[in-house]
Design a protein around this ligand. Structure first.
Ligand code: FAD
Length: 560
């Protein structure tokens, strides 16, 4: 039996706070860093990377002594991979992942096959379900930060904001946010322009924003266990057992043994575990019972590791107001159904990070840009929460209707193979998990120019991947946009004034973050500006420098 792997602590400090670790900042009027990120889970690491890539200096602290293990999440979806691609981490992530997963669905005595790779989704470079351990995702993100000179500071806890004697705090007067930190070297202050609370479901940062935490606990909780099993289970595959009491999943991704089981059971009252976190171990006989009652033809030989995880469905009433923001589980708590929590946190972070980067360096306030974070992400998170709630009801609810549905499912076993062989059905499932329903059309930073462009996605919509030509070269659109920054896509006949070398961008002081591509495959005089998180921000039927510049100013992509 292998114990769950643990990792070496990192440590050190981020740009601008080198050698100052916990201390200074004090109550001065200057910031030590642009962004202080609290929490080095997937949301915090991605926020830091995205903010750094877009011009901010960052410091990342986490109260854990080392990276989290074993993993909770095991699924990454296409939208998160697309958003992470410009940060140069996807090759590494995919290198650790199973991108052609096959599932065996156990319905009573029948076993039905489903292939979850190679979906028919031409508008993404990642047309598959991706199985990868959360610990691997975090390691890749952590390493990318490290490579860029930012070492996560483990063992450093955010305690709250420094209370000024009387009077409003400095940040309410336009000054920096003074955070109180505590670590092995004792307490200290840190002053930053922005604070990103990525500190999980029991967020301390959420407490100081005063945001309501709406929702409630689930009546069932998750049981995670790494197991050695005896029985005729095909190795290396995902097994899903449909039992009357709930679904049980076996992933070939165990960290303390071959199989990782995810099952549910009625919540244990009075548990000491925190919501969404790995709690105390589950007795081996209870784990064996869950396997037996799942309907899997397998018996437990060894339990390498196990944990109970209490679950809740909640969402913060606000995702923060500048300069304090919430992202990831600090802003929304999901059940594991559909594998959305980590993905959703990464999408928050990709949205927030570039805005913090631009706001840190624009040299002027960018209220619309910063407000757009919560205005875009809160409704999106609400919809994702509704999706996970619905799936979890079907998967695990003790409600009689859900139990009935699960108990009649085996009767459909003869037709399921026919259905699951249909590629369109699998494709629809894979697409749904990638959150195609999320768009920012109503955002204040989604703008249409005059005349309105046709043939391009609307402002606020995700830019779909497609084959295009640029200067006679055939490329995929997402390959072109796979570097940080804003991408201007010009129609073939767009006027020369909109070109990067033209007067429109003479004021630009961020040439690295503004990229211009002329799509010779797209006739017309229009253009679209694609945001760093892959959504269309501005669209116009003419490449009019004045209108374009107006939008670039709005989002801080050019300095005055
Ligand atoms: C059983 C299970 C299965 C799941 N499967 C999936 C899946 O397949 N796909 C998916 O997308 N999601 C899944 N999830 C959800 C996913 O694990 C979480 O949504 C994800 O970990 C949230 O990331 P985060 O960075 O927001 O928070 P966390 O990962 O919780 O990280 C928060 C960090 O903040 C630190 N912190 C907290 N307070 C402080 C403080 N005061 N000072 C300093 N540091 C602090 C913590 O130490 C921690 O490291 C699953 C969850 C469970 C329970």
């Amino acid at each position: 039996m292998r114990p769950p792997e643990s990792t070496t602590p990192g440590g050190g400090s981020a740009p601008k706070s080198d050698g100052r670790a916990l201390m200074p900042g004090g109550q001065g009027t200057t910031a030590d860093t642009d962004v202080l990120v609290v929490g080095a889970g997937p949301a915090g690491l991605t926020t830091a990377l995205q903010a750094l890539a877009h011009g901010a200096s960052v410091r990342v602290v986490d109260r854990r002594e080392q990276r989290a293990r074993p993993s909770r999440a095991l699924m990454l979806h296409a939208r998160a991979l697309e958003g992470l691609r410009p940060l140069g981490v996807t090759a590494d992530l995919l290198g650790r992942a199973d991108t052609t997963p096959e599932a065996r669905i156990h319905l009573g005595r029948r076993v039905v096959e489903a292939r979850l790779g190679h979906a028919d989704l031409p508008d993404t470079a990642f047309p598959h379900l991706t199985l990868v351990r959360q610990a691997d995702v975090e390691e890749v993100l952590w390493q990318a930060l490290q490579d860029r000179g930012v070492a996560v500071e483990w063992g450093v806890e955010f305690r709250g904001l420094h209370q000024d004697n009387g009077g409003p705090p400095a940040w309410q007067k336009g000054g920096p946010v003074h955070a109180e930190l505590n670590g092995a070297r004792g307490p200290g202050h840190h002053a930053s322009r922005f604070l990103a609370g990525c500190d999980g479901q029991s967020s301390t940062v959420r407490g100081i924003t005063g945001a309501q935490w709406r929702g409630g606990p689930y009546r069932v909780e998750a049981v995670l266990a790494d197991l050695e099993l005896d029985g005729p289970l095909d190795p290396g595959l995902l097994h899903v057992a449909v039992g009357r009491a709930g679904l049980a999943f076996l992933f070939a991704l165990g960290e303390g043994a071959t199989w990782r089981m995810l099952a549910t059971r009625p919540a244990v009252p009075g548990s000491s575990a925190s919501f969404g976190q790995l709690g105390p171990p589950v007795p081996p006989e209870e784990v064996a019972r869950l396997v037996r009652e799942s309907g899997l033809e397998a018996t437990v030989r060894d339990v390498g590791w196990s944990a109970q995880v209490p679950l809740q469905h909640r969402i913060a009433g606000t995702f923060g107001t500048s300069p304090v923001f919430l992202a990831g589980d600090a802003a929304h708590a999901h059940s594991p159904a559909g594998g959305q929590g980590m993905n959703n946190g990464i999408l928050d972070a990709l949205n927030l990070g570039w805005k913090l980067g631009f706001a840190s360096t624009a040299g002027r306030p960018l209220p619309e840009l910063l407000e757009s974070y919560g205005r875009e992400r809160l409704p999106a998170a609400r919809r994702v929460l509704a999706l996970t709630h619905l799936i979890f009801f079907g998967e695990a609810s003790p409600h009689p209707a859900a139990r009935l549905a699960r108990s009649v499912l085996p009767a459909f076993a003869p037709v399921l193979p026919l259905l699951l062989r249909r590629r369109w059905l699998i494709s629809k499932g894979v697409r749904l998990l990638a959150q195609p329903f999320v768009n920012y059309r109503n955002s204040a930073i989604s703008r249409d120019g005059v005349p309105q462009a046709s043939g391009w996605p609307r402002p606020g919509e995700r830019l779909p991947d497609a084959v295009v030509s640029v200067d006679g070269q055939v490329v995929r659109l997402h390959e072109l946009t796979a570097v940080p920054g804003i991408h201007l896509l010009l129609g073939r006949d767009a006027g020369p004034a909109a070109l990067g070398a033209g007067p429109a961008f003479a004021v630009d002081s961020r040439p690295r973050l503004l990229h211009v591509h002329r799509l010779t495959s797209h006739p017309g005089t229009g253009l679209v500006a694609v945001r760093p998180d892959g959504y269309v921000g501005f669209r116009c039927g003419e490449a009019d420098p004045a209108q374009l510049l107006g939008w670039l100013r709005l989002v801080g992509a050019v300095r005055d």
